[in-house]
Design a protein around this ligand. Structure first.
Ligand code: NAD
Ligand code: TYD
Length: 351
């Protein structure tokens, strides 16, 4: 079996569902259930004995050691993280705790477990660390896309904490020989994404008739990947990636934020004929230290492991919009008092 951390979050829950559907191999899912973790995402596998959910922290050494001893996983996929740049600007502490200290403690527990395995199991073991393209910093308009050898220049507390965790993972390979794999992926979108990130926030606000807050001039560029393509890439890296290597994952899909918001509005208007969601677009004060452009060169994973995205942005965004339209209860349930407080904190004062 394998063990995933952060498997009740956006990418994690998509991964767990996809993993069970594609492989059927048992999966232990350790998640702290912060504001971003949601067991509703996993309700379709609640009766599946191949999925074992455990609420807990990656920094809880005792719990991790006990889980490793009990379940003897052949691999660990580390997705647990604080993941939202704007929250890292308002309060970096949690990012340091989970992304840096938590990853360090997890690595320590895993190192002790792995060191005691039989030689064959030791050789086959993998620790796959899920990271982001944001560790590479920001690109100018005409610069080439990030390759795996691009220098690390993280600009936000979030990306700096992820960069630190990547360095720790790398060091555990170099120093102790732990068979690690690191993936650096671009912006994901799809079902179950918490409506603090750009695409689900725009969908939820538009459906509620609220302003669609575009930071600065809206011309910042991100590369977008449909979440299931990311899950497929992780499975492929786990299966065939070379320990110690890093793999960039992206959708070959660079788009300016305002283009994304306009596309979301156009599609929602298709499903709600006669509506005008674009009138809700509101330019607001920019994010401090806002990275201008991210772009991923995903040639290595295609060349060496044969992975490339199956979805285009057109097909992926349509599936995403349909999912949110079909799941109004999910949107309603995540819009708790804490969520509304977050919106006030981040958006009041930006107008
Ligand atoms: P998310 O915020 O939706 O989910 C994170 C999950 O981790 C939540 O379920 C949360 O409860 C859990 N968690 C947080 N702290 C924990 C802790 N200390 N111990 C155990 N569990 C904890 O994030 P996501 O968007 O699904 O991202 C998953 C991973 O992928 C992160 O490592 C993120 O940096 C990386 N990533 C995300 C994107 C993206 O566009 N969302 C892109 C590239 C990489
Ligand atoms: P986000 O989804 O937070 O991802 P990241 O910052 O990790 O790329 O934001 C994507 C882009 O959208 C980013 O350039 C910031 C911008 N953005 C807005 O313009 N308005 C918003 O309300 C949010 C949440 C993001």
């Amino acid at each position: 079996m394998i063990l995933i951390t952060g498997g009740a979050g956006f990418i994690g829950s998509n991964f767990v569902l996809d993993w069970l559907a594609q492989t059927g191999e048992p999966i232990v899912n350790l998640d702290k259930l912060t504001y971003a973790g949601n067991l509703q995402n996993l309700s379709s596998v609640s009766g599946n004995t191949q999925h074992i959910f455990v609420q807990g922290d990656i920094g809880d050494t005792q719990l991790i050691s006990q889980l490793l001893a009990q379940h003897q996983p052949r691999a660990i996929i580390n997705m647990a993280a604080e993941s939202h740049v704007d929250r890292s600007i308002h309060g970096p502490e949690d990012f340091i705790q989970t992304n840096i200290l938590g990853t360090f403690r997890l690595l320590e527990s895993v190192r002790a477990y792995w060191s005691a395995l039989e030689p064959a199991a030791r050789a086959n073991f993998r620790f796959l660390h899920v990271s982001t393209d944001e560790v590479y910093g920001s690109l100018e308009k005409n610069e080439p896309a990030f390759t795996e050898t691009h220098g690390y220049q993280p600009n936000s507390p979030y990306s700096a904490s992820k960069a630190s965790s990547d360095h720790l993972v790398r060091a555990y390979h170099h120093t102790y020989g732990l068979p690690v794999l690191t993936t650096n992926c671009s912006n994901n979108y799809g079902p179950f994404q918490f409506p603090e990130k750009l695409i689900p926030l725009m969908i939820a606000n538009a459906l509620a008739g609220k302003p669609l807050p575009v930071y600065g001039d809206g011309l910042q560029i991100r590369d977008w990947l449909y979440v299931i393509d990311h899950c497929r890439a992780i499975r492929r890296v786990l299966e065939a990636g070379i320990p110690g290597e890093t793999y960039n994952i992206g959708g070959w899909n660079e788009k300016a934020n305002i283009e994304i918001v306009n596309t979301v509005c156009t599609l929602l208007e298709e499903f709600h004929p006669g509506s005008d969601f674009k009138r809700l677009i509101t330019y607001v004060k920019d994010r401090p230290g806002h990275d201008r452009r991210y772009a991923i060169n995903a040639q290595k994973i295609e060349r060496e492991l044969g992975w490339k995205p199956a979805e285009t942005f057109d097909t992926g965004i349509r599936k995403t919009i349909e999912w949110y339209l079909n799941n109004p209860q999910w949107i309603q349930d995540v819009q708790t008092g804490a969520y509304r407080s977050w919106l006030e904190k981040n958006y009041n004062g930006r107008q």
